[in-house]
Design a protein around this ligand. Sequence first.
Ligand code: NCD
Length: 306
Amino acid sequence: MRHLMDITDLSVQELDELIALAEDIIADPEKYQDACKRKKLATLFFEPSTRTRLSFEAAMYELGGSVLGFSEAKSSSAAKGESVADTAKTISCYADIIAMRHPKEGAPYVASLNASVPVINAGDGGHNHPTQTLADLLTIKREKGRLDNLTVGFCGDLKFGRTVHSLIDALARYEGIKVVLISPAELKLPSYIKKDVLKAQGVPYVQTTDLESVMPDLDILYMTRVQRERFFNEEDYLRLKDSYILEPKKLLSAKDDLTIMHPLPRVNEISVAIDKDPRAAYFKQVLNGKYMRMALILKLLEEAKN
Ligand code: NCD
């Protein structure tokens, strides 16, 4: 059974194929409107979500399928003490494919070991978020026309930001990628990712606390929210939450064709004045996420047949 836990579960060739499939869906959605007829997607969300859950659900409806699930742990039997393993075995009796978000790193993996249908990690703690990466890759492809030879700046909470971890894992496998890591000292990218991904794959990177000094170098600026729910104490969160606020004047030295991304939700990191800048791509990411989730559901259900 094929699952998606980590973006590296998909080869670069498969990523490119999923992007091509999403582009075909965008060009001719009617062709796919019955592709998942009588199939059911279960969305098991033990943590808050707007985009990820609803884009999975919209994706399944647009493929002609249907959706069941829950959007908070307290409305499921997890509140009575049921294990993730038993939940996965149970849902496998009702649904053809599962998307799971959980605050504990590795919980979707436990589900995948116990489910008899494909399981998709829709975000596990501060670890990974591979389907946001699919949305991000399609956005970069559509904005830049390529996924190689780019200087990509990641700014904000690089320690707990699971979307950052997964996107770095994906981009490190493309040619000519340079990474710029911009964060407060306390929220640096975990050293295991620097060692096992960036250094291991020979991806050049720099670390800084100063966004403006690196702005002119960037082709892509990926802003992130400080992940309040992962902090051990509120004081640290309050001190760090406004470390970076992107305002129009900070873009004066940026490239004319910079692409500004953010997985959303935004708190304070990007001023709303930037939304009308043609370089802002964060609401395009939202839409691209639905198309990539359609492509992923199609692929995993097709492979599950075999
Ligand atoms: C992200 C997540 O859940 O990790 N949101 C999303 O899925 N688009 C980013 C975040 O919560 O900051």
